[in-house]
Design a protein around this ligand. Structure first.
Ligand SMILES: CC(=O)CC(=O)SCCNC(=O)CCNC(=O)[C@H](O)C(C)(C)COP(=O)(O)OP(=O)(O)OC[C@H]1O[C@@H](n2cnc3c(N)ncnc32)[C@H](O)[C@@H]1OP(=O)(O)O
Length: 255
């Protein structure tokens, strides 16, 4: 397995949304191959600590730093990310794994909650990625891994707040990929339903996947230099059909 950008192995990594289970699974995989130091950023000290402890228990030689980041506080995002970037002499990879599903049925009637979902999943990540892109461009290389979602491929009634934000993030990341190419790479990950803390209160649909499976698909994407990674792979074909369903039919599908 190769985990490198060009000839450089992924040794020094910044994770935005360091409490994410998907990010944790990916870091465990990278630590087994090339990872040497990681900065975990997120709003919950407890989950950052849990990820740090899990990584160090398995890989005691790793350097793991945790820092606060709240993507819903837009006026603090740029400063927090810029300060984190200053701590790393070299940065091989940025992982954007922050997100918030919320409770659609309640949130959709409350403008503040609508703004929160859009901010945490779209505006905050877009700001943070913009600062990271500048740093990687200056450096002349690097990889940004952006956790998008199939929810953004065709926005559905049942989670249109989260889905609209992910559609925005996905488009933003692909535009950024074209801007920074070929020096810097951006890889957009589109997982289907992943059984993690985020979806624990929801019924598990067919084709649900796990954080570990998504991590494996991301590693596959890194090895092949992919720009878009579907997880599981079959989601690509499923979404190609679903995306083109006439609205009257799509409305009947209660998912
Ligand atoms: C009803 C339905 O329609 C059901 C569905 O479709 S589900 C949606 C489809 N599937 C997906 O979206 C799967 C892919 N998941 C994602 O892309 C998520 O948006 C993801 C990028 C956050 C990763 O998901 P995850 O690893 O499962 O999330 P989870 O373990 O809950 O971690 C989310 C992390 O985001 C970060 N985060 C949350 N709010 C944040 C904020 N305000 N600022 C910064 N970071 C924040 C935190 O680090 C958080 O972890 P903790 O809460 O444990 O601290």
């Amino acid at each position: 397995m190769t985990t490198s950008v060009g000839r450089r192995p992924l040794e020094h990594v910044l994770v935005l949304g360091g409490g994410s289970e998907i990010a944790r699974a990916l870091l465990m995989r990278l630590a087994g191959v090339s990872l040497r130091s990681v900065i975990l950023m997120g709003p919950h000290a407890e989950t950052l600590k849990r990820t740090r402890e899990q990584l160090l228990a398995a890989f005691p030689k790793l350097t793991v730093v945790t820092l606060a980041l709240d993507l819903s506080e837009l006026q603090t995002v740029d400063m927090a990310v810029a300060q984190a970037l200053k701590r790393l002499e070299v940065i091989d990879c940025v992982i954007m794994a922050a997100g918030w599903l919320g409770a659609q049925e309640m949130d959709e009637r409350d403008p503040e909650s609508v703004a929160h979902t859009l901010t945490v999943n779209f505006s905050g990540p877009a700001m943070a990625l913009t600062r990271c892109a500048e740093r990687l461009e200056e450096q002349g290389y690097g990889l940004m891994i952006v956790l998008s979602s199939v929810a953004g491929e065709r926005v559905r009634r049942s989670n249109y707040l989260y889905g609209a934000a992910k559609a925005g993030l996905d488009g933003f990341a692909l535009g950024l990929a074209d801007r920074v190419h070929p020096k810097v790479s951006v890889m957009v990950i589109r997982p289907g339903f992943v059984s993690t803390a985020m979806t624990r209160s929801l019924a598990t649909p067919p084709l649900a996947t796990t954080a570990e499976r998504v991590a494996s698909d991301i590693i596959r994407g890194i090895s092949s230099g992919a720009t878009i990674v579907w997880s599981p792979r079959s989601m690509r074909a499923i979404m190609a059909i679903y995306r083109h369903l006439p609205r009257a039919i799509a409305r009947q599908i209660r998912y």
